[in-house]
Design a protein around this ligand. Structure first.
Ligand SMILES: NC(=O)c1ccc[n+]([C@@H]2O[C@H](COP(=O)([O-])OP(=O)(O)OC[C@H]3O[C@@H](n4cnc5c(N)ncnc54)[C@H](OP(=O)(O)O)[C@@H]3O)[C@@H](O)[C@H]2O)c1
Length: 305
């Protein structure tokens, strides 16, 4: 099969190569999926699991990509809940070969059925941002209707999902981003927009929940905006930022079949809009990853035209 591999961490995306690899086998509880579309996250080549196994041993040449939509072609021993020929989408294990390939093996529990009326490219664009937004808002942030959310990077892949899901849940949403993205953020449903390039974060009214995607100084300054009993949720890694009287949670998204189904149902009935950016074929993927123009939205690789 054709697959994109990485071997050289220092080279970043420029070191990615399209090669021939053996097709994967389904282990216990696995399925093999023929990948139709794959999602790629810009900084995943900086994540240790792209390069090593769980014991920290080099696992290159490894195949990146953690989101996919495709069709099940084989079941491993003991695999239940999915069948051969079924359309699926989901989020893969961080430490196994990923979705920038024509076939991939993964645990069935990390996939959900993809309804027949949802395009594979849309399916591949949902798992990471959809699950991250869902888990940050509702599991870690315990968001309730009537509360307020500061959604950082609200024109971005995760932030646009955070904005839409929070609004649907009955929250008041203040979205942040670059000045040029004001209308985009409002179109995703934010009640207000804060331009981080010129507006002072300190002028924002207190909120119940900050959903941080940046870390660093912005996370710290945002923590002081949180009302008593509120929560700072960050996906940018461990942070020292803490609300004076509230919770700080940093987390890494996990796959969840029930949540994937909730998310895709919202796309089907028009409550949730995905945020797709560049689209390319597997053959052109490395060039797309290395393009120098601004890369707004989720990058999708159409593995099977
Ligand atoms: N922990 C987890 O489970 C988890 C899950 C998913 C993602 N992540 C991480 O979360 C981060 C965000 O991911 P994403 O896919 O949503 O990225 P993204 O699509 O690039 O979104 C970030 C948004 O914030 C904007 N932005 C960046 N720096 C800014 C600044 N200084 N001022 C104002 N706006 C700024 C970006 O604009 P430009 O495009 O113009 O820069 C973009 O609109 C990444 O680091 C990703 O790895 C973590």
């Amino acid at each position: 099969m054709k697959a994109i591999v990485v071997t050289d961490q220092a080279a970043g995306t420029a070191g990615m190569k399209l090669v021939e690899r053996p097709e994967p086998q389904a282990a216990i509880n696995d399925v093999v999926v023929q990948v139709h579309a794959s999602g790629f996250t810009w900084d995943e080549l900086t994540w240790p699991p792209t390069w090593t196994d769980r014991l920290g041993r080099d696992r290159t040449p490894s195949i990146p990509g953690h989101e996919l939509a495709g069709v099940v072609t084989a079941l491993g021993y003991g695999t239940t809940g999915l069948s051969v020929g079924q359309r699926v989408f989901g989020l893969t294990d961080w430490y196994r070969d990923g979705t920038l390939a024509e076939y991939m093996a993964m645990e069935a529990r990390n996939l959900a059925p993809l309804p027949g009326d949802v395009d594979f490219m849309v399916g591949a664009s949902l798992p990471m941002p959809g699950l991250t937004a869902w888990q940050g808002l509702f599991e870690h942030g315990r968001l309730q209707a009537g509360q307020s959310v500061l959604a950082h990077g609200a024109a971005g892949v995760v932030g646009s999902m955070v904005t839409q899901l929070a609004r649907e849940a009955g929250a008041y949403v203040i979205g942040t981003g670059r000045a040029a993205d004001r209308q985009k953020v409002l179109d995703f449903g934010a009640n207000e927009f804060v331009d981080l390039e010129t507006n002072a974060l300190e002028d924002v009214s207190p909120v119940d929940l900050v959903f941080d995607v940046f870390g660093g100084d912005i996370a710290k300054r945002s923590a002081s905006l949180i009302r008593a009993g509120g929560t700072l949720v960050t996906i940018a890694g461990p942070t020292e930022a803490r609300p004076a009287d509230g919770l700080a949670v940093d987390f890494v998204v996990v796959s969840d079949r029930a949540q994937l189904s909730e998310i895709v149902q919202r796309v089907r009935d028009g409550r949730l809009r995905t945020n797709i950016g560049n689209v390319s074929a597997l053959e052109g993927a490395v060039a797309t990853f290395n393009a120098t123009e601004r890369r707004a939205g989720k990058t999708i690789i159409r593995v099977r035209p």
